[in-house]
Design a binder for this molecule. Structure first.
Ligand SMILES: [Zn+2]
Length: 302
């Protein structure tokens, strides 16, 4: 069944994707970006599994919530008649040895044991549900989605679902007796209304307008080698085509994500897009797609 709340890339991942093509990220930032990208891909893979479920439940993907001034994030959750199951999805890869604090690997790239984080989310969610008058029992699991992940010496009683157990786990979930009514829809709607689109701690690389690479990139392959032919933007690398209007607006969206405080003017977007020669053309595209405020040289778009 389709999710009740669908997943989209986090703000951080969206910004990192843009920065990655427009500047050289430091090694640390590059690793951070790759981890974010990998984490997201893992979550999307788990979505494929939850959407196959036949049982009666609401799928709520990617909730950023707060209770008593503490923020917590639920990668994926399933709302059943009696229970609320939350899932922390990990796309770890490689062979690790279990440790209470860290999963250890011979190469020394240890990763933090997600158990404490899971317990914290479970507790905060239980309290939040209680404060909303819900009596659902919270169940919490870490899903290790990557088939290339092995964890040696895992204690048997942990809420960890390792790749080899994932199939049977999903089958078990699908057999959960559950009948949903209006109160479940209300709870789902309430949680969605509490979802914070901007997470509390955004950790981003330093960047500035001046140092970023300007230009429109290909919508298929991110290449800057694009030229305009008539109404189309054509990529010299992959041959991809896109309407200039669409490409410019895509670039405007990137600009807004990177510089939410800056005004969108014809001049700024003309420079930002680079490849479009005519200021008039930029102005026409902006005028068609955004609302103009102010007059003449002081005009900007919203
Ligand atoms: Zn291309």
């Amino acid at each position: 069944m389709p999710p009740y709340k669908a997943r989209s890339e986090s703000l951080i991942l969206k910004v990192l994707r843009i920065l990655n093509k427009r500047m050289k990220l430091t090694e640390d930032d590059q690793r951070y970006y790759q981890n974010q990208e990998k984490g997201f891909q893992g979550e999307v893979q788990f979505d494929v599994l939850t959407e196959k479920l036949q049982c009666s439940c609401h799928i709520l993907n990617d909730l950023q919530l707060e209770h008593n001034k503490s923020s917590f994030q639920l990668d994926s959750s399933l709302l059943f008649q009696e229970t609320y199951s939350l899932f922390d999805v990990k796309n770890f890869e490689g062979e690790y040895v279990y440790g209470d604090e860290y999963f250890k690997t011979p190469s020394g790239r240890d990763i933090q044991n997600p158990l404490d984080q899971l317990k914290r989310s479970k507790l905060l969610l239980s309290n939040l549900l209680q404060s909303l008058g819900s009596k659902l029992t919270v169940e919490a699991y870490v899903i290790f989605i990557n088939p290339q992940f092995t964890l040696y010496q895992t204690p048997p009683d942990l809420p960890f679902i390792l790749p080899t157990k994932l199939d049977s786990f999903m089958k078990k979930i699908d057999q959960k007796p559950s009948l949903l009514n209006k109160s479940h829809v209300n709870l789902a709607d309430k949680l969605i209304s509490l979802h914070q689109t901007v997470p509390p701690k955004i950790q981003l690389p330093n960047y500035s307008y001046e140092t970023l690479k300007k230009g429109v990139t290909c919508c298929n392959c991110d290449s800057f080698s694009v030229t305009i032919v008539g109404k189309k933007l054509i990529c010299g690398k992959c041959g991809g085509e896109e309407l200039v209007t669409v490409a410019v607006m895509r670039n405007v969206e990137e600009f807004k994500l990177l510089f939410p405080e800056r005004k969108i003017t014809t001049n700024v977007i003309h420079e930002w897009c680079g490849v479009v020669d005519s200021r008039k053309r930029i102005s026409r595209v902006l005028g068609k797609n955004l609302k103009i405020t102010g007059l003449g040289q002081w005009a900007f778009y919203k």
